[in-house]
Design a protein around this ligand. Structure first.
Ligand code: GUN
Ligand code: ZN
Length: 447
């Protein structure tokens, strides 16, 4: 067992529902056994109950629950920064040509390493990942994630129209390849991937026939534990095209709903332009909208109507949407979400640092139906954690050294923190990332 002594903050309850959701331990203790938190509270209390336990003192930084990114694309790492075009042009110009390269296993393996390390070194410990159209590249992703210890919910992306021929499949092939991947990688019963879950992943209705959506539904019926993810209502031209492609559907959500794909284990990315009916149906079915604010800004998709989602009772989580988004940091996504709600004025939802922490952690855990296992530091949860400790001399170090309290420090962390401020990351108690800090002597001797 290890007793971590730390300044820690977490949101065991939902700040959109409860006023005192932020729990802060300025001098806290987390007792961890076999990767699980067994006691959580003030250090003195935990210490008194466990006087003989070895203490690991990580005070001096801020310890947060590991981040949960609920929308991120593995084959898009190398195209981050394709700015200046809206969604459909961006797909044609940047995303699809890059994704066509993933039929080459060596290429896929190199990017898988970049992808997994991009997540972990930003403090993300669980991710709902849009995989590749190529089954072999999805295998490679799960292998790399398993090696690194990242909790990964991912699946093969399937489409059968309007992309490019190399990225198209058929309903039959989507079903058979999906089934093999599920058997190999989904769930604790799987031999190979203890931390992996499968997500059935049609790219979006624009590139999916009814036949392929039915093949997705068949997989979900046969394997009830798998998750579902796709895109919805991101861009007005996309929404119009989907309307024309599915003349019998009430709206975009209905294209998925009719196939039986919308449940409490479904996560739909973006939803910038929802109709009221769609919000009502999403709330009723308990599915999640993954809000990706940097992507919405970069692609000019629009302002996410967070208030409308919350008022309708729709659960909302956060996603980086790499590579439509601008990087892996959920701190940056939190800040951008805050900016956009500020700019919406009366229609916006004012967000506190507590809301941002919740969105980046517990909200994501709930979206993936992993709320009992991860998302905060309560006893019984896995020890998935990120320690932020800015380097001496940095602006954030100066701010944190003078912060009057931990909540103000949290706000400053969201405002200015980057991946350079991540000192250590644990998943299930195992260290998965540690920054190597050079002191001045090391620097001189390395020259
Ligand atoms: N809709 C369909 N595919 C994509 C994608 O790769 N990125 C984003 N942002 N939206 C999509
Ligand atoms: Zn996306």
């Amino acid at each position: 067992m290890t007793l971590y002594r730390a300044t820690f903050l977490h949101t065991p309850t939902n700040p959109f529902h409860e006023a005192d959701a932020l729990q802060v331990e300025e001098d806290g203790g987390l007792l961890v056994r076999d990767g699980q938190i067994v006691q959580s509270g003030p250090f003195a209390e935990v210490r008194a109950a466990q006087p003989a336990e070895a203490v690991e003192d990580v005070r001096g930084g801020l310890l947060l629950p590991g981040f949960v990114d609920t929308h991120v694309h593995y084959p898009q790492v190398r195209i981050i920064g394709g700015l200046g075009v809206p969604l459909l042009e961006w797909l044609d110009r940047y995303a699809l040509p890059e994704e066509a390269k993933f039929g080459d296993d060596a290429y896929a393996a190199a990017v898988a390493r970049e992808f997994v390390s991009g997540l972990t070194r930003n403090g993300t410990t669980t991710a709902l990942v849009f995989g590749s159209h190529f089954a072999s590249a999805v295998d490679i992703l799960f292998e790399e994630a398993s090696r690194a210890g990242l909790r990964t919910v991912a699946g093969q992306v399937v489409s059968d129209r309007l992309l490019r021929p190399e990225l198209h499949t058929t309903p039959e092939r989507a079903y058979s390849e999906g089934k093999s991947l599920i058997k190999k990688w989904h769930g604790p019963e799987s031999q190979m991937g203890g931390r992996n879950l499968y997500a059935v992943t049609p790219r979006f209705s624009l590139s999916a026939s009814e036949g392929i959506l039915d093949a997705c539904a068949a997989l979900m019926q046969e394997f009830p534990g798998v998750r579902f993810t796709s895109h919805i209502n991101e861009n007005l031209a996309e929404v119009e095209t989907v309307r024309a492609l599915f003349p019998g559907s009430r709206d975009y959500l209905d294209t998925y709903e009719r196939a039986g794909l919308i449940t409490r284990r479904s996560v739909l990315a973006h939803n910038v332009h929802p109709a009221e009916r769609e919000l009502g149906a999403m709330a009723e079915r308990g599915c999640t909208a993954a809000h990706c604010p940097c992507s919405n800004s970069a692609l000019g998709s629009g302002f996410f109507p967070l208030r409308r989602h919350l008022e309708a009772g729709v659960h909302v989580s956060l996603g980086s949407d790499v590579g439509g988004g601008t990087g892996f940091s959920l701190l940056k996504e939190g800040l951008q979400a805050y900016f956009m709600q500020q700019l919406l004025g009366q229609e916006g939802m004012p967000l506190s640092p507590t809301h941002l922490l919740y969105l980046a952690t517990r909200a994501g855990a709930k979206a993936l139906d992993l709320g009992e296992q991860i998302g905060d530091f309560s006893a019984g949860k896995a020890y998935d954690a990120v320690l932020f400790e800015p380097l001496e001399g940095s602006t954030l170090h100066a701010i944190l050294s003078h912060s009057p309290n931990a909540e103000r420090a949290l706000a400053s962390l969201f405002a200015t923190g980057t991946q350079a401020d991540v000192r250590r990351v644990w998943i299930g108690g195992k260290g998965v990332y540690q920054r190597t800090d050079l002191n001045a002597d090391d620097f001189l001797s390395n020259r």
